[in-house]
Write a protein that binds this ligand. Structure first.
Ligand code: PEP
Ligand code: MG
Length: 622
């Protein structure tokens, strides 16, 4: 908890908390405190409820979930309905019901509150068992099991979740989809989670619904609890971009947030108007703006957002949540779909499967590791039993290129050494030779690059670059490895800003190494999705930025408004900064300056992308 720099000392609100901005947008409104236990509701004490057995309560919970799923299905929200249907099945599963009954009978208890405690206990045990399983899909269900147990407990005790009486900002530990989706439409203005991560269900849902969200907001529950006794409702103001949360915001803070919202809406309109225009600076330097996608179905969204191609097609989805590896033909179809959607004018970079780290694939039966992020991950699999898997993937990419009539681009994750690059080239050549021997049609070549996300690759960029055709910096991993800060550890959030000058030095080394051999450098980590970060990267000489399609508008506009001289100065200033905060402050300052310029003279869309040629393309060879 502490002061927030954007609000002056005199105007500081009663309390400000900085969490992590997880879904963009601004909200001001009353606080709605969500707790899984619920509050005393009308059904408490009802004869029908009093004296329910655990199995009956579980059946009621399952009915509730099925009913909600049915409503969502009717609204065409099949994905969310599926989560709830799975939960309905869990509600009556032995794992919870039989275990809770066993616990209750062992303790000889029968009051609703005691039975509810037994269910919660059984739910916790089941969640812990699932969380420990070496199966990503099942372990992701742990939170869902806890939520189901909480629902059964509420049925037993007659407690319920009372929806907010007016549109509100939810403040919670975590907010399960089964609760958020059950609230009347328009109930939530914003979401603030004390725990949670950018990838928690609640946050994904918030983003889909356009509701601002902040996660990992330290002490927010205690702060709200501390205010609960006093008269009048508690209000909050939330900036889902910066992660700022204000409790009992002063009028000045409310006005500040309203101003930010107005500026952001005006900016979004101006940015949208540039859709389809090529990425370039105000001085005319081309910087290709391409998309990160994770499934073929995302290609349409990227094209709609004006992506000039794909800079990172994460292919792990093909390998996860199944019992055996995808066949070559299945992979070929998936890659062909994306290559065909983007066509010959918009290059697509397919990344070889990045298995390992936090992405476990149970059927590969890889040995357990003490430290998976520093283990056999990505390309390293090919030194052992994973070689065939990556050769099959490369064969599928070659074949997809021939079928779609384009030259695919491919890159390997987790390259650390010159031997790794040789390995990649060897795998590629083996795939080509195998297809030729079998007489299978293939693309005549694959434009081949490497990810630079391990510090050694950044330091060695000058000697690795001549062996490849492009470099693509993964700032997510580069940051975790440069700063020795596990990217999944929310407690190390402060160390995970890729604008840290140490990370920027690694980026400069990479760009310089690529430049020596005329090999372009892209960035495909999250830093490229952040307009302030994109300005710094442009200032450091990066040629291509690859990002979530939703970020393309804002980044395109910011670059169009900044001159090369400004960007280069920002690059130098950011590099010379002592801390990430200092570098970020400088980048935000330039971003604010150029945004003002937009109001005075909106940039001219000028040339269209991508048929003006990709002067700065990080992936040549088309
Ligand atoms: C990165 O590390 O920055 C990156 C783009 O790859 P991933 O996030 O998939 O590890
Ligand atoms: Mg990575």
């Amino acid at each position: 908890m502490g002061a927030v720099g954007t609000v002056s000392e005199r105007e500081r609100p009663e309390m400000s908390i900085r969490g992590i901005g997880a879904a963009p947008g601004y909200a001001v409104g009353p606080v709605w405190r969500y707790t899984a236990a619920g509050s005393a509701g009308p059904r408490e004490g009802e004869p029908a409820v009093r004296g329910l057995a655990i199995a009956d309560a579980a059946a009621i919970a399952a009915e509730e979930l099925d009913e909600l799923a049915g409503r969502l299905r009717a609204q065409g929200r099949a994905g969310e309905a599926g989560i709830l249907e799975a939960q309905a099945l869990m509600a009556t599963d032995e794992l919870i019901v039989a275990e809770a009954e066993r616990l209750a009978s062992h303790d000889g208890v029968s009051s609703p509150a005691d039975l509810a405690r037994a269910v919660q206990e059984a739910g916790r045990a089941a969640a812990a068992t699932l969380a420990a399983l070496d199966d990503e899909l099942l372990s992701a269900r742990a939170a869902d099991v806890g939520d189901v147990a909480a629902r059964i407990a509420r049925v037993l005790t007659g407690r319920r979740i009372t929806p907010p009486p007016e549109p509100s900002i939810a403040i919670a530990d975590d907010l399960p989809p089964s609760v958020a989706l059950d609230l009347p439409a328009g109930s939530l203005l914003g979401v603030v989670l004390q725990e949670g991560s950018r990838t928690s269900h609640a946050v994904i849902l918030s983003r889909a619904l356009g509701i601002p969200a902040v996660v990992a907001a330290p002490g927010v529950l205690e702060a709200v609890a501390g205010m609960a006794g006093r008269t009048g409702s508690i209000r909050a103001a939330v900036d889902g971009t910066t992660g700022e949360v204000f409790l009992d915001p002063s009028p000045a803070v409310e006005a500040e947030l309203a101003g930010r919202r107005r500026r952001s809406e005006a900016g979004a309109l101006a940015a949208r108007a540039l859709r389809g225009a090529a990425g370039q600076t105000a001085s005319g330097r081309r910087i290709a703006l391409v998309a990160n996608i994770g499934r073929p179905g995302e290609a349409a969204r990227a094209l709609e957002a004006g992506a000039e191609g794909v800079g990172l097609f994460r292919t792990e989805f093909l390998f996860m949540g199944r019992q055996d590896p995808p066949a070559e033909a299945e992979q070929t179809a998936a890659y062909r779909a994306v290559l065909a959607a983007f066509g010959p004018e918009r290059p697509v970079v397919i990344r070889l499967a990045d298995i390992g780290g936090d992405k476990a694939i149970p059927y590969l039966q890889l040995p357990a590791e003490e430290n998976p992020f520093l283990g056999v991950r990505g390309l390293r699999l090919a030194y052992g039993a994973g070689r065939a898997l990556l050769v099959t993937q490369l064969r599928a990419i070659f074949r997809a290129g021939a079928e779609a009539g384009v030259t695919p681009r491919v890159m390997a994750p987790m390259v650390a050494t010159a031997e790794d690059v040789e390995l990649l080239v060897g795998l590629r050549d083996e795939a080509a030779a195998g297809l030729d021997a079998e007489g299978v049609a293939r693309s005549s070549r694959l434009v081949t690059g490497i990810m630079v996300e391990v510090p050694s690759a950044a330091l060695l960029a000058a000697s690795l670059a001549p062996q490849v055709e492009f470099l693509s910096i993964g700032t997510n991993d580069l940051t975790q490895y440069v700063l020795a800060a596990d990217r999944t550890n929310a407690r190390l959030g402060a160390l995970q800003d890729a604008l840290h000058p140490a990370v920027l030095r690694a980026i400069v080394a990479t760009v310089a190494g690529g430049d020596e051999s005329g090999v372009p450098t892209a960035v495909c980590g999250e830093l490229a999705s952040d307009p302030a970060g994109a300005l710094v990267l442009a200032g450091l000489g990066v040629d291509e930025l690859s990002m979530d399609p939703a970020a393309l508008d804002a980044v395109r506009l910011a670059l169009r408004l900044a001159t090369d001289a400004e960007l280069e100065q920002l690059g130098r200033d950011a590099l010379a900064s002592r801390t990430a905060a200092e570098a970020r402050g400088r980048a935000e300052a330039l971003l604010a300056r150029v945004a003002e310029r937009r109001a005075a003279a909106p940039p001219d869309p000028g040339r269209r992308a991508p048929d003006d040629g990709r002067a700065a393309s990080a992936a040549p060879g088309r």
